[in-house]
Design a protein around this ligand. Structure first.
Ligand SMILES: [Zn+2]
Length: 201
């Protein structure tokens, strides 16, 4: 749902807004100097419930009427970038995609909030130690890696993501729901930060 403009003369993306009057926008191409006017589509304010792990807040997304929205789309709101995770229509009907005009409420995940996922460490005595950690969404984790969480050193044996279980491979923090592995002796390559509950930076 990103918005950008292309010069109709030369195709350049280097375009600046030189005048805005309501939905009437005058643009100029920085490459060839061409000036033209467009009318932006009518926008509606759609209620959006944004989650930041265990907490959530309500805001509004301004979206163009007549267009479609899908689960997975990223919308820009005052609070940051939000990935759509749910779309509700009239009568509490949940769908994967819909015309914006028909949407009653949207749900989303704040992408500026770190990824939070579980870690299960299997100890020698048969006890499983579980933690929640917070990690930068772009960070990657691989099986075989040795990590430190809460003073335990363990080897990642399995990575559970939102869609599958990885026995050998890697995944981005954004996708991960849990890391699992046995405690070992050795040196960790990374120490992960324990998630201590919702807090804004
Ligand atoms: Zn141009």
């Amino acid at each position: 749902m990103e918005e950008y403009f292309l010069c109709p003369e030369c195709g350049s993306e280097e375009v600046e807004v030189i005048k805005e009057r309501g939905r009437e926008v005058t643009l100029r191409c920085l490459d060839c100097g061409y000036v033209w006017q467009i009318t932006l589509p009518k926008a509606v304010k759609v209620p959006l419930i944004v989650s930041e792990h265990e907490k959530s807040f309500k805001t509004y997304a301004e979206l163009p009427l007549g267009e479609e929205i899908r689960v997975g789309d990223i919308v820009e709101v005052e609070e940051g970038e939000v990935r759509i995770t749910g779309i509700e229509l009239e009568g509490q009907k949940r769908v994967e995609r819909a015309k914006i005009d028909e949407v009653k409420t949207l749900w989303g995940e704040n992408l500026s909030f770190p990824a939070v996922f579980g870690v299960s460490i299997y100890l020698k005595n048969g006890v499983t130690q579980s933690f929640k950690v917070k990690v930068d969404r772009e960070e990657e984790f691989a099986t075989g890696e040795v990590l430190d969480v809460g003073g335990y050193t363990f080897k990642v044996e399995k990575i559970k993501t939102k869609s599958k279980m990885i026995n050998r491979g890697k995944a981005k923090a954004d996708e991960i729901t849990r890391l699992m592995g046995h405690a070992i002796r050795g040196r960790a390559s990374r120490k992960l930060e324990i998630y201590k509950g919702h807090k804004r930076d």
